[in-house]
Structures are given as C-alpha cells and as structure tokens.
Design a binder for this molecule. Structure first.
Ligand SMILES: [Zn+2]
Length: 278
C-alpha cells in the first residue's frame, strides 16, 4: 500500500500541448479503473487506491502520456469542459442570479461564500486571475450550498417514481458525467453544473439515476421505467446533449471580445412537470 503523501511517484509537471499549459492533479479513487480526463483546463488522473506503488506510478505515467497525445491530436474532444468562471461572471440557478466577485486575500487558501445574489471568491495573492481555480472553488461552494436542495428533489422524485432506498445524494464537480448511481453504496451523484440547467433537465437526470436502482443497464426496460415519470425523456436527453456542454458558461463568455454568446434556449416546448422544486 502507498499513500497520497508519496507524491514522488508522480511527475506532476504541467503538460504543454499546442502552446498551452495543462496542470496535472492526481486523485485516488475507490473504483477499480484508472482514468485521465480534463477538468476546467487541468488534467485529472484517477488512480485506484488499491493499486500498488509501482503499478500506480506506471498507470500515472501511461495515462499522462496518452491524454497529452489525445489533446494534441483531437483538441476538439476536450472543448466541452471549458467552463471558466471569472470575476463578473453571472450564474443563474433556479431563477436566482449570482454575480461572481473575486478578491485577493492575505491568506494562502482560496475560499468562496455564496450570498443571496453574489458569490464572493477570496483568492491567495497572485492567483486572482487563475480562472480555472476560481471555477473549481465556485463549483465546490455551490455544491455545498445546493446540496440540501438536490437531496430534497431526489427524495421527492423518488417517492413518485421507484421509492428506492437511496443512501446519499451528492452534488459533485464532475466533467464527464451528469449523474451516476452506485449499486453497491446506493448513492446518487449529480453534476453540480445541472444547477445551471432548467429544472426539467435536472429532474430527468435524477429520474434516470433512480431508475438505475432497478435496472442497471440502458435496455428497453430501463427506458420504459424512465418514461413512466418523464414521458418526454428523449427531448430532455437531446437538450442535454446539445446544450449541456455550455451550461454555466453563457454569461462568462460575453466578455471575450465583447461578443455575446448564443443564448441557451429554455424548454418552452416541454410540458410542465407536475413536480416542482420547492
Ligand atoms: Zn444511465
């Protein structure tokens, strides 16, 4: 066994591809598979906790090389994780508007506080314009703030849908998936970026994950179950595929060369759901 403290096993030097620097983070997971992904402009390499020290070092080295190669050859594949929140960015969450205020603090840590209409981010000296870090700090603070709301929504939909026994609900800053259900732990994880989507979209993802408590694959029985509570799930899925990658970023992209980002359409075409968030 090895512990996270032994960072000497990993070469955390940033990867430089096409003139851009990508910082590298390592995360130990309880899962069995190692993976590399790009999150808010940083490479995240996940290594199973159970791997031996030598094996972990090899996995890390290979994954780092592989993601660098993919970034070089197919940069477009990674564009979806480009959400970058900045000073002055506006976020809309369930009808409320939050403005991001970044200020420099004397301390070494970065923190964010969510108020009624603004999110205050205090960054360490010299890091005030590290937007990738600002983005991570803000998403972390939003996860904690809106966790109770997500929990309430899951139990409301659960009661109307499958009435499964769910142990925990977590809002997470994941870039690759909108939600997940763990058969073993009976936990549901939801992407914190769903907060920026219309309620119907988050509801669809919740119902999707709840349905996995009964059906573990995406077979016909699974979709039949989803459609019992969300008959128009196909439209919501399509919406998520089409606009999901831009969630949260429409406001922040307006300051690039003064161009206004294409506005994300609402779901006017969709019927109102009978269940609404409180
Ligand atoms: Zn699924």
């Amino acid at each position: 066994m090895w512990r996270f403290g032994k960072q000497h096993s990993f070469d955390l030097e940033p990867v430089v591809v096409n003139g851009r620097d990508y910082g590298v983070d390592t995360v130990l997971t309880d899962g069995r598979t190692a993976s590399a992904s790009l999150r808010d402009g940083r490479i995240v390499i996940r290594i199973p906790r159970a791997a031996g020290e030598e094996q972990a070092a090899t996995l890390f080295r290979n994954l780092k090389q592989r993601i660098a190669r993919s970034l070089e050859r197919h940069p477009e594949r990674f564009e979806r994780q480009a959400l970058l929140l900045k000073h002055g960015s506006i976020l809309r969450i369930s009808g409320r508007t939050f403005r991001i205020d970044v200020e420099e603090g004397a301390g070494r840590g970065a923190h964010a506080w969510v108020y009624a209409d603004r999110i205050l981010v205090r960054m360490p000296e010299g890091f005030c314009r590290d937007w990738a870090l600002v983005t991570r700090i803000v998403l972390g603070a939003l996860s904690r703030t809106f966790q109770p709301m997500a929990e309430a929504r899951v139990s409301e939909l659960n009661a109307a849908h499958v009435n499964a026994s769910i142990r925990r609900v977590r809002l997470k800053n994941t870039s690759s998936r909108w939600g997940s259900y763990s058969k073993r732990s009976r936990n549901i994880s939801l992407s914190v970026k769903l907060l920026f989507a219309p309620q119907e979209i988050m509801d669809y993802v919740i119902v999707h994950e709840l349905s996995h408590s009964m059906e573990h694959n995406h077979g016909p029985k699974f979709w039949a179950l989803v459609s019992k509570t969300v008959p128009d799930y196909k439209e919501r899925r399509r919406w998520l595929r089409r606009y999901g990658d831009r969630l949260g970023s429409e406001a922040s992209s307006t300051d690039i060369a003064g161009r206004h980002a294409e506005r994300r359409p609402g779901l006017s075409g969709l019927p109102e759901t009978s269940l609404r968030a409180p």
